[in-house]
Design a protein around this ligand. Structure first.
Ligand SMILES: NC(=O)c1ccc[n+]([C@@H]2O[C@H](COP(=O)([O-])OP(=O)(O)OC[C@H]3O[C@@H](n4cnc5c(N)ncnc54)[C@H](OP(=O)(O)O)[C@@H]3O)[C@@H](O)[C@H]2O)c1
Length: 464
């Protein structure tokens, strides 16, 4: 029942954009934008403030002539802002929501979520902050917080004071996140902590060993997490061949430990994001090499050639029955840190000889933030956690030569020759990333992701 104040005569023009379109723009820029670039987010459709006020009246079935009250203009109120957003459009973003639809959805949301914002009546106070204009200190305001002077009589030398009762209550706090992460000393666990710091998400590393239920319970009691991330696992040093000779240690962490953590989380109703592996598959007749037919989430493991993969395959199968677990099948992870010995690129660029087989791979710089987003969306079940498509060893090393070292050379050998220098066979496969791509349409195909997240930022060769 309060009047709708309009500053000045309402002829000021603005470009209004629906919030979901803005959020989509952020997402597109996050995933496709250039580092250090600036993007305007806007619309070419401009609207006068007065027309907006009339449209709002129409939505509330009230008469604009009765409800709209012209009040003193704000000092320095810009007549028009207009941003050219062509650069953002070039990234593939476009406005999707019409003005009418966006306004209606916004109104519906406010009307059906009164608890979220608290008292919004403060928005109808025409001059919500104290404005001190040098030269005059007189306060001219009526009991409703409206200036008595009509717009055309605007006196720019005045002080307008908001009534304290009209200050809107702060919005209720959103439920906050608190992550508990296992794998502090590990590669992926370390990266996750840094990401949480970057995103301002409170987190703590778990102190317990995975196989010790009482230690995990103590972690949950002290940290009180909203989500648990498991980046702990027996991975072997210098490589997974270690697991062949340390079977009980491997079982203790990868099987007993992972299942215990999932079970403790289940008991406490907490989602567990589990960094698992896609190295539980190998190309077969139904998924031949180079066919583009990848293994799907519902497929059962067909590669247990190494003890490491065997433990991971068994656990994945058992975790299917835990509805609080999100299993992420990582493969041959790559990060932009080319000095890290765990990085697949670092590994193959240091080998004396390499095989040349197309594989699905995970670009951590792109996908680890996605795993955090998956936690926020409370996604569960099994996910092939690789970029779409495959890339071969030689294709990666060719990129390495192009971007990092023009003199780089390597020697290929066959899988049979490779078998002579390793203990356990390695898995080669393509995972079908359709499910992940549908949830995160902005995710890049593997080769584009490699260039954007790894090779371009590390480029040492001149750009032609
Ligand atoms: N890197 C890859 O190629 C790759 C590929 C696919 C999947 N993954 C999976 O992703 C996960 C993380 O991999 P990563 O490369 O980051 O491994 P990583 O560098 O070897 O780190 C493993 C982490 O697990 C911890 N850990 C081991 N046993 C534990 C136990 N019983 N209780 C608690 N913590 C334990 C280690 O801590 P301590 O040092 O204290 O033991 C370390 O922090 C693993 O499950 C791995 O299998 C990795």
């Amino acid at each position: 029942g309060m009047p709708l104040p309009v500053h000045g005569d309402g002829s000021n023009v603005r470009s209004y954009l629906y919030c979901e379109d803005v959020a989509e723009a952020f997402e597109v820029i996050l995933h496709k934008g250039g580092v250090g670039h600036v993007y305007n987010i806007g619309t070419h459709k401009e609207r006068k403030v007065l027309d907006v006020a009339k449209d709002i009246c129409r939505l509330f079935s009230s008469n604009p002539d009765e409800v709209i009250k012209f009040v003193d203009n704000r000092p320095f109120n810009d007549q028009r802002y207009f941003l050219d957003h062509q650069k953002l459009k070039n990234l593939g973003w476009s406005e999707r929501t019409s003005w009418e639809e966006g306004l209606r959805k916004t109104m519906d949301w406010y009307v059906s979520n009164p608890d979220w914002w608290g008292d919004v009546s403060g928005a109808l106070v025409p001059h919500p902050r104290m404005l001190m204009i040098p030269g005059d200190t007189s306060a001219r305001i009526n009991g409703n917080g409206y200036s008595d002077s009509p717009a055309h009589q605007t006196n720019s030398s005045q002080m307008v004071v908001q009534e304290s009762s009209k200050i809107s209550a702060p919005p209720p706090k959103k439920p906050t996140l608190k992550f508990l992460i296992y794998g502090r000393t590990g590669w992926i666990g370390g990266l996750l902590g840094k990401l949480c710091e970057k995103e301002g998400i409170p987190y703590e590393y778990g102190r317990g060993r995975l196989e010790d239920r009482s230690q995990l319970l103590a972690d949950i009691r002290t940290v009180r997490p909203t989500h648990v991330f498991n980046a702990a696992g027996a991975t072997g040093r210098p490589n997974v061949d270690w697991c062949e000779t340390h079977k009980t240690e491997t079982i203790r962490t990868n099987v007993v430990g992972t299942l215990t953590l999932a079970d403790v989380c289940k008991e406490h109703g907490i989602l567990l994001i589990n960094y698992a592996t896609g190295c539980i598959f190998e190309y077969d007749k139904a998924h031949p090499i180079g066919s583009g037919i990848g293994f799907k989430e519902e497929d059962k493991a067909n590669f247990t050639g190494s003890f490491y993969s065997k433990t991971k395959a068994m656990v994945e199968e058992l975790l299917r029955d835990y509805d609080n677990v999100c299993t992420l099948r990582i493969r041959m992870p790559i990060s932009s840190d080319l000095s890290n010995p765990r990085n697949f690129i670092t590994k193959i660029s240091r080998y004396n000889k390499v095989v040349n087989i197309p594989n699905s791979m995970t670009i951590l710089d792109e996908l680890l933030p996605i795993s955090i987003e998956m936690a926020k969306r409370n996604l569960k079940g099994i996910w092939n956690f690789t970029n779409p498509g495959v890339v071969s060893h030689n294709e990666i090393l060719e990129m390495y030569r192009e971007y990092i070292d023009p003199n780089f050379k390597w020697i290929n050998f066959t899988v049979e020759e490779q078998a002579k220098v390793i203990v356990a066979p390695r898995s080669n496969n393509e995972l079908d990333a359709t499910k992940l791509k549908e949830e995160f349409p902005e995710m890049l195909p593997i080769k584009e992701s490699l260039i954007k997240y790894v090779f371009e930022p590390n480029r040492k060769t001149p750009k032609f």
